[in-house]
Ligand binder design. Sequence first.
Ligand code: ADQ
Length: 736
Amino acid sequence: MQKILIVSNRLPLQINLDKESISIKPSVGGLATGIKSIYKSFESLWIGWPGIVDEEINSKVRSDIISAIKKEKCLPVFINRKDMDLYYFGFSNKTIWPLFHYFTQYVDYNKDFWNSYIQVNEKFAEVILKNIEGIDKIWIHDYHLLLLPKLIKEKHKDISIGFFLHIPFPSYEVFRILPWRKEIIEGMLGADLIGFHTYDYERHFLSCVRRLLGREVVLNQINLENRVVKVDAFPMGIDYDKYYNSAIKLQQKSVKDKSKIRQEIDKHFLMSPERKLILSIDRLDYSKGISNRLIAFEYFLDKYPEYREKVTLILLAVPSRIYVEQYMNMKREIDELVGKINGKYATINWTPIWYFYRTLSFEDLIELYSSCEIALITPIRDGMNLVAKEYIASQINDKGVLILSEMAGAAKELNEAIIINPNNKEEIADALKEAINMPDQEQKNRINIMQNILKRYSIIKWAQDFINSLDNVSKIQKKYLAKKFNKDIESEIIKNYKKAKARILFLDYDGTLVGFQTDPQLAEPDKELYKTLDKLARDSKNEIVLISGRDKAIFGKWFGAKNYTLIVEHGVWIRKPTHKWRMVEQMNNEWKDLIRPSIEFFVDRTPGTFIEEKNYSIAWHYRKADHELGAQRAIELKDELTSLISTYNLDILEGNKVIEIKNSNINKGRAALHLIADKKYDFILGIGDDWTDEYMFEELPDSAITIKVGLVYTSARYNVESISGVRDLLKKMIIQ
Ligand code: ADQ
């Protein structure tokens, strides 16, 4: 059975120390439920902080805790009070939390916080590494452990690592503010699969990878030197059946068995049957927009006085991070706002807001969910917001209206809610009016659609989906590994090379034999390269072909006097040693005048890009442009050229940071075929690094050895990691 390690800041259990005896209560939170569902297929271990700082326990209690939680398949990472202050209350909650929720004014950039964050992440890594034997997968959770994936990957590159972020990932413009932004992104990239709640967070992250690290991103795949990383959205669900069934069970209870809160609510309905209850539940956090909600509620009572005494807002706030200054201030502000609104509108028979500041039992929570006609959930930013989903799951009578902030991840799935902007009090007030007056049939339709969505993508499905995707990434990586160049493949090639009587070597130039330069004119061949190619070309059994997108002039200058065959402009021109340039096939280039103005327009709008005009093609280079803007404009340009392309029988070639438009009957594949048609070769080698070389890999006969430089999708037989790998292989051939 495979073994999986789950890692989160907190272990999913509550430890109670009574004098010296220990009792443990497993947590029933959503995450724990989802994870449990994958335990059927895995042996598992959960690593995290047990919830007690070192200073509160002596060594005996410590070892008792270790053995007690071992029975729950958990392993502790012990943290002292100082680190808890700096790493948890500090960097996690005073730096990352506000920044990732766009509260940049609250961000504390404190070097001590950062140092402790590194240390605690290293501490987690240490515990994991000590227990890594037999582990196949690791699933790391949330913003407290952003550096951990890299720390593990560095030591164990074969272990599959997944990372899931439970909070938003902010846009590049916000994320870039962080002094340690690169370290954070690099830390996350240690994972093989990175999951977010929504596509927006995913694209923000990919944009940061592109802009901060200049990494190549293809769709949702990041190509690192030796590995691909997948990024995807997995909207976290809830244990739907648990909420729905509990609501049914509670409804069926006899009057005497009903909870205190239920009896209070029943009394309320008895006295004022027409009055509607509006529910607001959150952890007390500035990201949840509680003050905005209260201000909007006050505005609603002002704008629509006819609803006074017809509604009651139940405001339930769960104490959270109570010693952090902003949280204390916020608590004070909310207390005052509630007091002000109640003071302003209350009557003898009516209190506009019932305010609770406490944690509730699961049963009471369900009672509240199922007895409130409206849920008002208005976070300023929220990764997902499970309360919204739990409210919907608890509506067993096909009634209930959800008013939800568009800034909550859940809004992406729950389209049937009334979606509002939490900063627009008029919109919230109108949404309340709409909710109060929503016909029963419409409520039913909306609730049913949302319940179906939540039923389908439950927390269980979420966890399984994540793990399946992690397995798929491993498969993709293994596919690359199977093709990855190694000593055995190399000796096989050299063996065949030695045996062969007529050999032809097709070698792309930029990105294959030499590295990329921001100015293409600077990528001149070096002495060592000349030496290698000359030696190969000297062997009478060899034909060396440099096959490139470059133009005649530059290749003529660099290699004109050499004993190599040159194919340029992706196969337009060919020049055999000592011969003149000739065209591989006849073609016209009248279309260029039509295409050029469109490309010039892109050059004007995209700083750092330029046009390279070749005889039979036009290329638009964006290597020097801002990474993301360049990639974006490349997509736009391709889009714009689509109709011209089909009219004039043209092709768009996507090279490495270059888009080239050319006649469709020109490509490196056709040119290569042209050459091998002349003679019977028993050793054919093709090496290249970009999409233009794929034509060559595809057209060359099956017996050819085709090699792609870089670990990306390819139709070549092998991948070699870098240019130096290519040069090494060529040098080994000379020695034979
Ligand atoms: P949170 O910010 O904690 O989670 P949320 O997703 O709403 O926010 O989860 C809160 C949980 O607490 C819910 O399961 C709810 O039932 C429970 N709860 C709320 N009030 C309670 C009360 N008074 N008593 C007892 N329980 C109460 C973070 C991110 C979210 C993301 C989750 C999961 O900030 O955006 O949805 O993680 O990834």
